[in-house]
Design a protein around this ligand. Structure first.
Ligand code: PEP
Length: 252
């Protein structure tokens, strides 16, 4: 059975102190009354990872970085390598978020280097894909997402791909308050699963966790997570309030 995952992406928000408080609140509730079948992940800023790892119940909550360097080590001022992320106790790396693609010029070539380093260091990539509004309006979203995956995670071996979590995040839904309808999200996630099956076989497709992200909140999570191909969510804004995030975790 594939894993259900609810992952928060805090982006460039929270001080260290506020982040640790948030992590503590989430961890306490998850330990007390969270569904043991749901994997909870907190995607924190790099500066917070170690403290958050030390704060949460590690058996119930995983920690993610929101990026890693495309190089293993060396003279790359300001970069944080996958090996460094691993050494903090984090288990996941969010890669290919549309904000990184758009604002930091992350191409498929760069993402492939990051993917390789993430996997080499035993970290789980949460790999994002998704189309802009114009692409959706032109009804080209399937081709767009397929091309994004063809150029990146579909270049991995089957054994490597098995370690990847996919997050479909339509850009028009990220931080906009406009959520994809559960039917739109289900349709795309079923499509992604079908192309994973074409590439790596049905068994791997059936075992791959595919998340939806884009204005997922306490009100719509239940309907989204009720869809057969939606294995959880990548949550931005609503992961910054413990109460909202917990409601999303409990939406299963
Ligand atoms: C995200 O940025 O990954 C995201 C899903 O953001 P939001 O939930 O705020 O739309």
């Amino acid at each position: 059975m594939r894993k259900k995952i609810v992952a928060g992406n805090w982006k460039c928000n929270t001080t260290l102190q506020a982040g640790v408080e948030l992590a503590k609140e989430v961890s306490n509730v998850v330990v007390e009354k969270g569904d043991k079948d749901v994997v909870v992940v907190l995607g924190t800023p790099f500066t917070h990872i170690t403290k958050v790892v030390d704060t949460v119940d590690n058996a119930r909550i995983g920690v993610a970085s929101q990026n890693c360097a495309a190089e293993a080590k060396g003279a790359f001022t300001g970069e944080v390598s996958a090996e460094m992320v691993k050494s903090t106790g984090a288990e996941y790396v969010i890669l290919g978020h549309s904000e990184r693609r758009e604002y930091y010029g992350e191409t498929s070539e760069i993402l492939n280097k990051k993917l390789a380093l993430t996997l080499e260091n035993g970290l789980t990539p949460i790999f994002c894909c998704g189309e802009a509004l114009e692409t959706r309006e032109a009804e080209k979203q399937n081709e767009w997402v397929k091309a994004q995956l063809d150029e990146t995670v579909f270049q991995l071996s089957a054994d490597e791909f098995k370690k990847v979590v996919i997050a479909y995040e339509p850009i028009w839904a990220i931080g906009t308050g406009v959520t994809a309808s559960s039917a739109q999200a289900q349709e795309m996630l079923a499509y992604i699963r079908s192309i994973i099956a074409e590439k790596f076989g049905q068994e791997i497709a059936d075992a791959t966790s595919i998340l939806y992200g884009g204005s997922c909140n306490a009100k719509n999570a239940n309907e989204l997570f009720g869809q057969p191909d939606i294995d959880g969510g990548l949550i931005g804004g609503a992961s910054l309030k413990a109460e909202d995030f917990i409601q999303i975790i409990n939406a299963y």
